[in-house]
Design a binder for this molecule. Structure first.
Ligand code: 5GP
Ligand code: ZN
Length: 117
C-alpha cells in the first residue's frame, strides 16, 4: 500500500536505520543523506520517510509530503552554501532511476551542463 515501508526497499531500510547512511538532515517526514556515489562535490538525496515509488506517485498520493521534500532540497542547498544547484528526480529506468522510492538528487558545487546527458 502506498506510503507503507517495503521490506525490499533500500531507502526504507535507510529510514529505519537498518542500512547506514551519512545523514545530513532529518525532519518528521523526510531524510537527507549523501549519495554513496557522488556525481558532484555536493550530492545529497532527499527522500520522504514514507515509501512512494517515484516523484509522480508521491505528488499524486500525498502532495503535502512532496512539498516537504522540495522544501528540504532548498534547506540542504542553503546548508551546503550552494548558490546554483540542480534538483533531479530520475523517473523510470530509461531516465536512470534505480531505486524505486521517491528521491530528489540535490547536485551542486561545480558547473552543471545543460542539457543533461
Ligand atoms: P536513481 O538512480 O534511482 O535516481 O538514484 C539512486 C541513487 O542512490 C544513486 O545516485 C545511487 O548512487 C544512490 N545509492 C544507491 N545505493 C545507495 C546506498 O546504499 N547508500 C546511499 N547513500 N546512496 C545509495
Ligand atoms: Zn521505500
Amino acid at each position: 500500500m502506498a506510503g507503507e515501508p517495503q521490506d525490499d526497499c533500500l531507502f526504507c531500510k535507510i529510514v529505519a536505520g537498518q542500512i547506514p547512511a551519512t545523514i545530513v538532515r532529518e525532519t518528521d517526514t523526510t531524510v537527507a543523506f549523501r549519495d554513496i556515489n557522488p556525481q558532484a562535490p555536493t550530492h545529497v538525496l532527499v527522500i520522504p520517510k514514507a515509501h512512494h515509488k517515484d516523484a509522480a506517485a508521491l505528488a499524486a498520493e500525498t502532495p503535502q509530503l512532496a512539498a516537504d521534500v522540495l522544501r528540504e532540497t532548498q534547506v540542504v542547498a542553503d546548508a551546503e552554501q550552494l548558490d546554483s544547484y540542480r534538483i533531479v528526480f530520475n523517473t523510470g529506468s530509461g531516465a536512470g532511476q534505480t531505486v524505486w522510492h521517491a528521491h530528489a538528487h540535490v547536485l551542486g558545487g561545480r558547473g552543471l551542463q545543460w542539457p543533461p546527458g
